[in-house]
Design a protein. Structure first.
Length: 743
């Protein structure tokens, strides 16, 4: 729908993101409209494309998708337009004088012969030129946005593009729209390709091949977790993406790859049995990780101090007895520069960490305890009684931008003698690299995790690569110690991990199976369990219950489950404000999750005694929507660790409802109750380590809902998607060199 009229009033304007609430007069009517505008002024004639929506608090509004400025043609309209403050130095009095002199030709005079404005009393030649320049800057900006909008680019994205290219926007985009793939965050290959094809740019353009190649390499990392691709796979995927015959265009592909390597965007080399193509950032990251680990192995303070008495004392005080494998893990961690401890649930990892920290403290060492996520850090603090931080918080996000992404790095290392990282299986290679850079050269590093958990969401396979390299000491824990009478969570998790079906007789107090075959019935059962049955049975709040689903889409995917759970747990109400983002309705009181790392979002943490300010909200952080500002579109989220964060309207899309989350997103977290729908699907996703990860997220209860045959398929499916990474190879090489240099 199109509305055309004059901007009569601006009710609200957020200059940082362009979000505007204003009033438009069209015909004999007035309408409130909302949207994002690069610039907007009272008196402007505009053509708005969008639709009417009804807001629970503010009533009917016209939501704008695209807009176009229509310059006024009448004397009254021109006076109002110039008097709005659009051009610096031109107010109502000056506007009146200029338009009285030049009548209907005023805007043409300002644009093409601005020196003539000096004919108006009170306007010097210098001011006349400044008025002309100001008008032309605004017109270029408006023309650029309209040009981009003509290719269905949103106003918000058009703003980002204009901010990057300024007056050259139209020229640059026309010349090579594919450059935006490399230079504009949020512009993907598909968007650039659509623009390019509408401009008539050839399908075999080298610009297109370059953008397509980068698109595939980035998706390969972002979606599949790989840090490299075999060249043959890259060319095959590129051929499919571009619709070009690989044999016919192979030489062109090779040339594009050579240019990317020359520009140092990719790095290529041979690793048996194929040629490797890596984004250079991952090449340097994995190389640096390998070198720092090797250096820590040989240069961190290693000793052969006998800690038998300290272990015995810890056992006596805590009324426990370590088995030989646990004792060896403690000794290795205290004595070696780098040590890895891996084992499943109930094998005593947390107790071992407590003992290690106790011994290191007796040695007067400064120890830092870290975990990848807020939930994991909180759980670690509760189970060890020690202060644990997220890796991001330990490194301190540099929201002032003085030290790069983190305050602590290779030039400003942490003031520690030893660092223990829990849940290391979910740490991606970029974050691990940042941590290693911040460690002093003589720092001990102890990595703790479960090798059978899912790999990190981000690129890399850190724990698996360290294990496969065989150059760093690893202590494997296999004996189960933590198993309460009548409990099946831990024993069933180990049965699943060994390829055996879990016990499903519902005789325990913490592991239940509800056999259902119809997906709609399963969905309804899960909603009832979350909202009524389990809260009543366990006397707990629904916030303690987490649905973990394998997939995003489908009746039992998290998108549909979130909608259904939201309708019951937090239904629409005249007292609750809402914000619609894409297909998601966010409502005050909703449980939400951050879906990607955002190092720039500022947060505040307050208690009765002090307040703390910082920056950075990270993938997997869970919180609740405290308040929605309907005028600005801002959403205030209270996270579970006490941080309060204000999301600008432009950042809200980074949130997702979290009544149900994917199993992948649950890594590193623990929940009192976990409910898992058992679905049929591809064996590439529904694997043993997926169901194992889901079950091990529960502290007090696991509920499986679905068909037993689907569970059996998952338990028997040992498929693990191979990640293409180079860390293991780099680590072997770096370790050999370190031993050669330092002994």
């Amino acid at each position: 729908m199109i509305l055309e009229g004059t901007v009569e009033e601006i009710i609200f304007r957020n200059d940082s993101n362009g979000y505007t609430v204003a009033v438009l007069s069209h015909g004999n009517e007035y309408s409130t409209f909302v949207g994002k505008f690069l610039s907007i002024h009272i008196g402007e004639n505009v053509r708005l494309n969008g639709k009417f929506i009804t807001n629970a608090k503010y009533g009917e509004q016209f939501s704008v998708d695209t807009s176009e400025v229509i310059y006024p043609s009448t004397i009254a309209g021109i006076k109002k337009y110039l008097a709005s403050g659009l051009i610096k130095g031109v107010g109502p009095v000056t506007s009146e004088a200029i338009v009285d002199k030049f009548k209907e030709n005023t805007l043409q005079i300002i644009e093409f012969t601005p020196l003539r404005l000096a004919e108006v009393r009170g306007i010097s030649e210098k001011k006349a030129l400044a008025i002309g320049e100001g008008f032309n800057e605004i017109k270029k900006m408006q023309n650029s946005v309209m040009f981009l909008q003509s290719y269905n680019i949103t106003t918000n994205m058009a703003l980002k593009i204009y901010e990057r290219y300024q007056d050259n926007t139209i020229e640059y985009v026309k010349e090579n729209p594919y450059r935006m793939v490399e230079e504009i965050d949020g512009i993907g290959f598909m968007t650039a390709d659509k623009i390019a094809r509408s401009m008539g740019i050839s399908l075999d353009s080298e610009f297109r091949m370059r953008a397509g190649m980068l698109h595939i390499l980035n998706e390969n990392s972002d979606k599949n977790g790989n840090t490299y691709m075999p060249k043959s796979v890259l060319f095959k995927n590129l051929s499919t993406l571009l619709g070009l015959d690989e044999d016919e265009f192979k030489e062109h592909f090779e040339k594009v790859l050579e240019n990317l390597a020359f520009d140092k965007i990719v790095t290529t080399f041979f690793k048996h049995p194929h040629d490797v193509v890596m984004l250079t950032k991952y090449y340097f990251t994995e190389t640096q990780v390998a070198q720092k680990l090797a250096l820590l192995c040989v240069s961190a303070q290693q000793n052969s101090i006998d800690v038998t008495n300290e272990i015995t004392q810890f056992e006596r005080l805590n009324k426990i007895t370590f088995d030989p494998c646990q004792k060896q893990a403690i000794i290795d961690s205290v004595q070696k520069g780098v040590n890895v401890i891996t084992g499943g649930p109930g094998t005593g990892k947390t107790t071992i960490v407590k003992c290690i920290m106790n011994i290191l403290r007796q040695q007067k060492l400064k120890v830092m305890l870290l975990a990848p996520t807020g939930r994991a850090a909180k759980r670690l603090s509760e189970s060890t009684g020690e202060d644990a931080k997220t890796i991001h918080r330990g490194l301190e996000v540099d929201f002032k931008g003085e030290n790069g992404r983190f305050v602590h790095n290779d030039t400003n290392p942490l003031d520690v003698n030893a660092v223990i990282v829990d849940e290391v299986s979910m740490v991606d290679v970029m974050l691990f690299s940042a941590l290693l850079k911040a460690l002093p050269r003589d720092c001990k590093l102890i990595l703790v995790g479960d090798k059978d958990q899912l790999p990190s969401v981000g690129a890399g396979n850190v724990l698996a690569d360290i294990l496969s390299s065989r150059v760093i000491n690893v202590d494997y824990l296999t004996k189960i110690f933590r198993q309460d009478s009548g409990s099946l969570i831990i024993s069933n998790a180990h049965l699943i991990n060994s390829g055996e079906m879990p016990v499903l007789d519902n005789s325990s107090r913490d592991f239940f199976f509800d056999e259902k075959s119809d997906t709609t019935v399963i969905k309804d059962t899960i909603v009832e369990m979350v909202t009524r049955r389990i809260p009543n049975y366990m006397k707990i709040d629904t916030t303690k219950i987490q649905v973990l689903a394998p997939l995003k889409s489908g009746i039992l995917g998290i998108e549909n489950l979130n909608r259904c759970l939201q309708d019951v747990i937090n239904p629409s109400s005249v007292t609750k404000l809402e914000e619609v983002v894409g297909a998601t309705i966010f409502r005050e009181g909703d449980k939400v999750m951050q879906m990607s790392n955002n190092y720039d979002l500022v947060w505040v943490k307050r208690d009765a005694y002090h307040s703390e300010e910082g920056a950075g909200v990270f993938n997997g952080d869970i919180g609740y929507i405290h308040k929605i500002n309907r005028q600005t579109g801002e959403i205030i989220v209270w996270f579970e660790d006490g941080r309060e964060c204000v999301y600008p309207r432009t950042e809200v899309s980074e949130l997702s409802l979290a009544y149900a989350i994917t199993i992948h997103k649950s890594q590193g977290s623990e929940f009192d109750v976990v409910i898992i729908p058992l679905i049929a699907g591809t064996g590439l996703i529904l694997t043993r380590n997926l169901i194992y990860t889901a079950v091990t997220r529960a502290k007090k209860m696991v509920v499986l809902v679905g068909e037993k045959k689907n569970l059996r398929r998952m338990v028997s499916n040992v498929y693990t998607a191979k990640r293409f990474t180079m860390l293991s190879d780099f680590l072997i090489t770096a370790h050999d060199k370190a031993v050669e240099l330092f002994g």
